[in-house]
Ligand binder design. Structure first.
Ligand code: SF4
Ligand code: SF4
Length: 52
């Protein structure tokens, strides 16, 4: 799988799971980075999984 942050294959480093507002926190999908009007206002959907 291609890394979503860097030009490389994914090495499972976990960096993309970290919070955009608090680098010490793992993202828990609280939505604060979307609601606050900060510079983070886009969501890039890279994959949709179905049950099959
Ligand atoms: S886990 Fe690391 S290497 Fe993999 S996609 Fe996330 S940031 Fe990239
Ligand atoms: S959803 Fe919440 S925890 Fe995740 S990156 Fe945004 S502010 Fe951080």
């Amino acid at each position: 799988m291609e890394c979503v942050l860097y030009d490389r294959e994914c090495i499972n480093c976990g960096e993309c799971d970290m919070c955009d507002l608090d680098p010490n926190k793992v993202c828990d999908n609280c939505g604060r980075c979307i609601d606050t009007g900060s510079e983070y206002r886009a969501i890039k959907i890279t994959e949709i999984k179905t049950e099959e």
